[in-house]
Structures are given as C-alpha cells and as structure tokens.
Design a protein around this ligand. Sequence first.
Ligand code: FES
Length: 255
Amino acid sequence: KKYILDLKVASIEYVNPKNVLIRLTDDKPLPEMLPGQFVEVRVDSSPSTFLRRPISVHFFDRERNELWLLVAAIGEGTRALARLHVGDILNCVLPLGNTFTPASNPGERILLVGGGVGVAPLLYFGKQLKEAGAEPVFLLGARTASDLLQLSAFELYGRVCVTTEDGSAGEKGFVTNHSVLVSEHFDRISTCGPKPMMMAIAKFAHQASIPCEASLENMMACGVGACLCCVEKTVEGNLCVCKDGPVFDTNRLLW
Ligand code: FES
C-alpha cells in the first residue's frame, strides 16, 4: 500500500557543502518502510520542478518516528529541497519500489558498496542486516575525504572501508580496487551509486561467483510504472526501475 503524506521537516542540516540530511516526521506513526525502498517528494518551488523527485530511504527511525533523506543538492529540484526549513511540509508518496534482500542466516557476510550519495540507502540496510545477526561490511567511495557521507553513522552497524580518488581518506583509487575485495570472502554484495561503479562491482562479483544486487538510480518521473522513462534492459525485457526495482540481481541486467 502506498501513502501520500504531508510530512514535516524535523531537522535539516548540511553534512558537507553539497549534501543535506533531511529528517521528516508526522503526528501519526509513519508507515513501515524497508531498506531499498524510496520516496517521491514533490518540489513546488518553481513551475519547472513540478515533478516529484525520487529519493531513497536513507534511514527509518521507528522510535523517533523519523524518515531520513540524504540529498545531493545538484539540480533545481534537489536544491529547492536543500532550502527547506524546520517545520516546512514536504508532500511524499511512500513507500515505493522493492527492497534489498534481507539477511538469510546469522553470520552471513554481506558487502555493501556505495559511491557518492548512492551510499544513502545502505545505512538503513546495514542496520537491518546487523539486527538480523548478519555481518555487514561497508565499502564506501568518494572523490575526496569531504565527499564521504555519514561515516560515523555507518560505523554503528559494521566495519567501514573507504576509498577516495585523491587518496585523502582510506585507500587511494576506486571501490573496485580496494584490498578488502581480494583479502576477504563475502557471501554476497549489494551496491548503489554511479552506474559505472555498480557495473564494475557487478563484473567483479560475477567473476568471483558472488551473488550481487544493485539499486538503480535511473531518471524517474511518475514513480509508479506509468511513464516508462525509467526502463532498464533486462534478460526479461524492459523493466521499470520504479516499479520492478529499484533493486535488481545484477545477473538479470544487460550490462
Ligand atoms: Fe514512470 Fe518509472 S518513473 S515508469
């Protein structure tokens, strides 16, 4: 079931010069949301941003009744989101899309690979995995140290490995070069971030015979399978990322 809700901004803060963390709440209990799902938020500030913007669920705090969104303020719509204030109302459709695969047994070793703002949905997923007794390890990549997002939040749920392109934090290079990929065994991988990064991780996983799923961030408009602007080619034909995804087994994708 989907809900259209006017949620209230409980807090908003820049976590670095480009990215804002928005915590939303409501007087009533928020509907259940699962890791991997997303929200379509309406941005009303100008006529050209009338469409909703898909934003992944960064974290869902049942006790505080908060939904957290981590937003890169890079386009007109997302910059408007970054200008919200505490107490403002944000109209949201939620929860949308499928979910990451939950832990299937305690002790399962799962590598969560994120790049840029694509790390967002991995925080809530990591919490779910840890609570289920699995062992999530985060491998997070960014251009420079200041682009790494929410590291201390990730550290609450698992070990965090880092790469930066300029070597200012963690290992220098890309997530696909990190030593943890060859020095440790993982039962499966989940990834979210720039497409070239996800494709490289999917290739690594395929060669190492490790199951891998990716959360795709194709352009979206309607968010409900009506406009077809988000289609992705798969072994089963064209599928809508918004309705059939956003999480796909990478072996189903024609990458
Ligand atoms: Fe319209 Fe997916 S966004 S069909």
